[in-house]
Structures are given as C-alpha cells and as structure tokens.
Design a protein around this ligand. Structure first.
Ligand code: SF4
Ligand code: SF4
Length: 126
C-alpha cells in the first residue's frame, strides 16, 4: 500500500494532536483492523477509551462516507480489547506488540496515520 516498507507515523495527521499513550513500554497486545472486512460502521469507535480509532475516508472526496473504513492509531492503543469484542464483523484482531506492524502492513489497505519515510521526506522538504 505504500512505496516503502519503512513506515512511520504521519506527523501531519490531526491524531497527532491527541494525548499520547502513557507509560514507557507498549501494552502486551495492540489492535489492528483487517480493513478488507471493515464496513466502516463506526461501532468500534464509541468504545475506545483513548479515542485511538480513526476514520479513513472512502475514495470519492464528494462522498467520503461511502466505502469508509477505520484504522487504529497503534501508538495510542492501550490494548483494552473493547474494539475487537465490539466489532459486529469480527474484523479487529489483537496482536502481540512485537508483531503489530507486520500484521498492520498486511491487513491495512489504506492508512492516513502511517506513511513511508519517503513520503515524509518529500512533504517535509518541499
Ligand atoms: S484495543 Fe482498546 S485502546 Fe486499542 S483501539 Fe481497541 S478500544 Fe481502543
Ligand atoms: S466495528 Fe468493525 S466493521 Fe465497524 S468500523 Fe469498526 S472495525 Fe469496521
């Protein structure tokens, strides 16, 4: 989905303005959305205690709700598992934190939170 295998957090996404996760170490488990099964119903968003589930708009800017999906800001997820239990389509899986970016890269079709280093360089040094 990106032009590089090195993925970094998107410093331009507004999620960066939300409070950072507390604690030095990541939780044992982190949530990843299997986006090909996500209907964009938004059920998971309401139950997230740290507001770390983000909407990814659909392809048509005139109707962004159509074919929207969600992704999880891995850097803020606290691993509570609410979303994986709440999703009516069972499309959120909890992964060991060491494995989460590998899972994320295979299950994510479209992201606005994580981008390639190349992209960041291009935008930063224009
Ligand atoms: S596991 Fe908990 S903190 Fe992480 S995205 Fe799901 S609801 Fe939010
Ligand atoms: S509850 Fe499941 S299907 Fe609905 S938006 Fe969240 S991940 Fe997608």
């Amino acid at each position: 989905m990106t032009d590089s295998t090195t993925l970094v957090e998107n410093p331009f996404h507004t999620a960066r303005l939300k409070p950072a996760r507390k604690g030095k170490r990541p939780p044992k488990l982190l949530a990843v959305v299997h986006q090909s099964g996500c209907t964009g119903c938004e059920v998971c968003i309401a139950g997230c205690p740290v507001d770390s589930i983000e909407l990814v708009p659909g392809p048509n800017p005139d109707n962004p709700v159509f074919q929207q999906m969600v992704e999880i800001d891995i850097s803020r997820c606290i691993g509570c598992q609410n979303c994986s239990q709440d999703c009516p389509w069972e499309t959120i899986t909890m992964y060991q934190s060491d494995d989460v970016f590998t899972a994320w890269s295979s299950e994510t079709l479209k992201s606005e939170l994580y981008v390639s280093e190349e992209f960041v360089e291009k935008v930063s040094f224009k």
